[in-house]
Design a binder for this molecule. Sequence first.
Ligand code: ATP
Ligand code: MG
Length: 383
Amino acid sequence: MADKKIILTGDRPTGRLHIGHYVGSLRRRVELQNSGEFEKIFIMIADAQALTDNASNPEKVRQNIIEVALDYLSVGLDPEKSTLFIQSQVSELTELTFFYQNLVTVQRLQRNPTVKQEIQMRGYSESAEENANKAGTPVGFFCYPISQAADITAFKATTVPVGEDQEPMIEQTREIVRKFNSTYGDTLVEPEILLPDNASCLRLPGTDGKAKMSKSLGNCIYLADEPETVRQKVMGMYTDPLHLQVSDPGHVEGNTVFTYLDAFCQPEHFDKFGSCFQGRKASFEFHSLDEVKDQYRAGGLGDVMIKNFLFAVLDDTLAPFRARRHELEKDIPYVYEVLRRGSEVARAEAADTLAAVKRSMKINYFDAGVLDELIREQSEKYK
Ligand code: ATP
Ligand code: MG
C-alpha cells in the first residue's frame, strides 16, 4: 500500500466559514499545502452531507457553495496545489457508501457522540413517530459518518486535518477500513486524524462563550465579516462575570476573549498593537500573552483594553483574507471553473478506488478477463 501522504478534508456549505473553521482546520490546511510534503490534497465542499439535515432547504446549500469556495481561496488554498471539489459531483462516493453500510451496525452509529450531540442540537426527536409536530432524524443524517468514510477512503487519504468534533468520524472510518480489508483483502488506506496542536483551537467556542462556534448557532465571527461587524461582535463578547470592577482580579480560564487570543495572538502583535494597552487611567507594556494574563488575574486591566487588543489581532489576521475575497468576488466564473476542474480530477481518483473496491469484493463481473473466468467457473459447476 502507498506510503505517499494524501490529505482529504472539507466543510459543509451551510454558511460562510468562520474563525472556528480557520483555527480548527483551514489554517493547518494552508500550511500543509505549502509544506510540499503532501503528494495530493483534496478539499471537499460537502454539499451532499449538508443536504442530510437541510433536505427542505436545498437552496441554502446551493447558495453557500460559492461562499465556501470564496473563503477557501481567500485564506490561501491554491487550486494549483490543492484539488477543490463539490462532493455531489463525485457519484462514486455514494456507491462506496452503499457498500460500507454493510460493515457498520445501527448500534455502532447510535454510539457516535458527535452525531448524538448534533441530533440533540437539531431537535430531532425519538418520539417523532407518535408526535407529528416533532421531526425525526433523517436516515441520511444518521448515516453520514459512513458517507464520510467513503469521502476519506475514496481519495486514499492518509491525513485528515479537522477539529476535535470530527474525532469519532475518523475513528468510524478507521473501523470500516479495517473491516473492509480483513473481509475482502488489503484495499483501503487507514487515515490518521490531524488535530490542531493549540488546545484552544480544538473546538473554538462561540462569541456567546457557550457552545462551539457553529454556523447553525449564530455565534460566529465570519472570515468575511467587515471590520465594524467584527468590532461589534468582539465588544459584545462575554468575559469573566466576576470581573465587575477593573481593579477586581479576573479569570482567564473559560474567558472566551482569552481563548481567542490563545488561538490568534502572535508575538509580533505586541509591537504592532501595544497602543491598545495605553489608557488614560492606566497603561501597560506587555511582551507576551502570559504577561497580559498575569495582569488580568492580578486586577487593574480592563475588559475594554483586552477587547480592543483582540479586535486588532483578529483584524490583522482577517484583513488580507477580506481583501483577497473582494478581488475574487469580481471573478465568479473563475471560482466555478476551479470547482468544475477540481470535481473532474476528484471523480477520476474516486473512480480508481471504487474499481479497486469492486475488484476486492469480486463484484466486477464484466471487467476484462473476469467474465471469461466467471464463465469457466460456472460452466464447470454444470458440467
Ligand atoms: P454545521 O453547523 O453546519 O455542522 P460547522 O460550523 O460545524 O457547521 P462543519 O462544516 O461541520 O462546520 O465543519 C468543518 C470543519 O471545521 C471540521 O473540520 C470541523 O472540525 C471544524 N470546525 C467547525 N467548527 C469548529 C470550531 N468551533 N472550532 C474548531 N474547529 C471547528
Ligand atoms: Mg459541523
